[in-house]
Ligand binder design. Structure first.
Ligand code: GUN
Ligand code: ZN
Length: 437
C-alpha cells in the first residue's frame, strides 16, 4: 500500500467550454493519495495515513492522472524533427524508410521499449499507438506494454498499396496477422486491439472491407486511422475514391466508424463530416504540434463542439515534435488562439485526461483520481528554471506585496511553461516507473 502526498488535481466532469468556471475541477491541495496493493486508488485524505503505508512525500508538488495520448507512432522516434516537408513528402522521404527497419523483430523490440520508457518519462501512462505494418512490431509493442502494466491500444498497421517494398501487406496475410494478434492480445492485461488503417491512400477498397469485417466480427475492438490532415492528401483520396462523398465517408462506407474509432487530425472536414462523427461516436485526435510542424492546418475545435463530436489531444510523434502532452496542450492553446478561441487550462487538461478516457470508453479505469481507478498518476514540479519559477511564485502569492492569483492562473502557467523536465515520478497501476516489475 502506498500513499503519495501532493496537490491533487483532477476532474469529476467536463469543465465549462468557455470561461474560467471551476465546475468539474477537483482541487485537493496537500492531500495524501492512497493506493492499494491491487494498484487501484483507494481515496485521498489530508491526514498522514501513518505507518503501514509506503509514503512518498511530494508536498509542494502537483499530482495529476497520467496523460492519455490518443495518437502517436512508436517507430517514429527515428524521424522526429525531420526538416522541410509536408505530409506526403515527409512520409516518402523520412517515415516510410525508417518504418521498414521495424520488420526486424530485434529492431522492433528495442524501439518499443525505448518508446514506452519515453512515454512514461513524459508523464503519459496510456496511449493509442501505431507500430508499423509488420506483425513483429505490433507484437513487440504489446509485449513491452504488458511488461510495464500499461494501458495501451494498438494494432498492426494495414497498408497494401502506395507504399514502398517491405512496407506493404496484402489482404489475406493482413487478415491472418490481425486475427492472430487479436486472439493473443485483445483484452489481455490492460491491452486492447485497434484495427489500424494507416490512411485511405494506403489501403485498397478490399483491404478497407476486410478491416470493416474485422470490426464486425470482434465487437469491442478499437479503430485508428488518419483523416483530412493535409489538402494534397484530401485531393488524392478524392481521386482514389470518387464515389465517396468525402474522405471521412470512405471510412464510413467500409464500416470503420464507431464509438471506439480514433481519427487523427480532422482538419479539412465539413459540416456533414462532423455530423457523421457525432452520429457514429467517433473521435478526432487533435494533434497541434504535428499540424504546425508539417504545416497541415488549424483544427477547428469550436466546430467540433458545435457539431457535438468528441475531441481528444495527441502528440502524433514523429509528425509532432514532442512526446510531452504538456507541450502539446500548450500548442493546442496557440492553434485555437489563431482561430480566435481562448481555451481554459481546464478544458485542455480535461481533454488529455478524463475527457480522453471517456472518449475511449475507459473512464472506469483511467483519466482521474477516483477510488477504484488504476493508480496511473504523475507527480510534477510546478516550475523548473526561470522564468517558470518566478511566474509560479507570483501565481501562488509567494512574492512580497503581491496577492496570489487564482488557481487557473497557476495551472495555466504550469501548462504553458512545463514539459517533461517538470515530471518527477510516474506510477503505473501503483508501480513506480523505473523500479521494475
Ligand atoms: N498519414 C498517414 N500516415 C501518417 C503518419 O505516419 N503521420 C501523419 N502525421 N500522418 C499520416
Ligand atoms: Zn499520425
Amino acid at each position: 500500500m502506498i500513499a503519495i502526498r501532493a496537490d491533487l488535481l483532477d476532474f469529476t466532469a467536463a469543465p465549462p467550454w468557455q470561461g474560467p468556471g471551476l465546475e468539474g475541477v477537483r482541487w485537493r491541495p496537500d492531500h495524501w493519495l492512497l493506493v492499494g496493493d491491487d494498484g487501484r486508488i483507494q481515496g485521498a485524505q489530508i491526514e498522514d495515513p501513518g505507518p503501514g503505508w509506503e509514503r512518498h512525500d511530494h508536498r509542494g508538488r502537483l499530482l495529476t492522472a497520467g496523460f492519455i495520448d490518443t495518437h502517436v507512432h512508436a517507430p517514429q522516434l527515428d524521424v522526429i524533427a525531420s526538416h522541410g516537408a509536408g505530409l506526403l513528402e515527409w512520409l516518402e522521404t523520412y517515415t516510410f524508410p525508417a518504418e521498414r527497419r521495424h520488420a526486424d523483430p530485434a529492431v522492433a523490440a528495442a524501439a518499443a521499449a525505448r518508446f514506452l520508457e519515453a512515454l512514461l518519462a513524459h508523464g503519459t501512462t496510456a496511449a493509442v499507438v501505431f507500430p508499423t505494418v509488420h506483425r513483429a512490431s505490433a507484437e513487440a509493442l504489446f509485449e513491452a506494454a504488458a511488461a510495464r502494466g500499461m494501458r495501451l491500444v494498438a494494432g498492426k498497421v494495414l497498408m497494401d498499396r502506395h507504399a514502398p517494398d517491405g512496407l506493404r501487406d496484402d489482404v489475406d496475410g493482413a487478415e491472418r496477422d490481425c486475427e492472430a494478434l487479436i486472439a493473443r492480445w485483445h483484452g489481455r492485461d490492460r491491452l486492447a486491439y485497434a484495427v489500424t488503417v494507416r490512411f485511405a491512400v494506403t489501403s485498397t477498397p478490399a483491404q478497407l472491407a476486410m478491416a470493416g469485417a474485422l470490426l464486425e466480427r470482434h465487437p469491442g475492438l478499437y479503430m485508428q486511422t488518419h483523416v483530412a490532415e493535409n489538402r494534397d492528401e484530401v485531393r488524392w483520396v478524392g481521386e482514389l475514391f470518387p464515389q465517396a462523398r468525402s474522405y471521412l465517408d470512405v471510412y464510413h462506407r467500409h464500416g470503420l466508424l464507431n464509438e471506439r474509432a480514433v481519427l487523427a487530425h480532422g482538419i479539412w472536414l465539413d459540416a456533414h463530416d462532423r455530423a457523421l462523427l457525432r452520429d457514429t461516436g467517433a473521435q478526432i485526435a487533435f494533434c497541434p504540434s504535428s499540424n504546425l510542424f508539417l504545416g497541415s492546418g488549424l483544427f477547428d475545435w469550436q466546430a467540433g463542439v458545435d457539431a457535438g463530436h468528441r475531441v481528444s489531444l495527441a502528440t502524433d510523434v514523429g509528425g509532432g515534435t514532442s512526446l510531452s502532452m504538456l507541450r502539446t496542450l500548450a500548442e493546442g492553446y496557440k492553434v485555437q488562439a489563431l482561430r480566435g478561441l481562448r481555451l481554459s487550462a481546464w478544458t485542455l487538461l480535461h481533454a488529455a485526461t478524463r475527457g480522453a478516457a471517456e472518449s475511449l470508453g475507459l473512464a472506469h479505469e483511467i483519466g482521474h483520481l477516483e477510488a477504484g481507478a488504476a493508480a496511473d498518476v504523475v507527480v510534477w514540479d510546478w516550475a523548473v528554471g526561470e522564468p517558470a519559477t518566478h511566474r509560479d511564485a507570483l501565481a501562488r502569492g509567494a512574492l512580497p506585496g503581491l496577492a496570489a492569483q487564482d488557481l487557473h492562473a497557476r495551472v495555466f502557467a504550469w501548462l504553458m511553461l512545463g514539459d517533461e523536465r517538470n515530471r518527477v515520478a510516474t506510477w503505473v497501476a501503483g508501480r513506480l516507473h523505473g523500479t521494475g516489475p
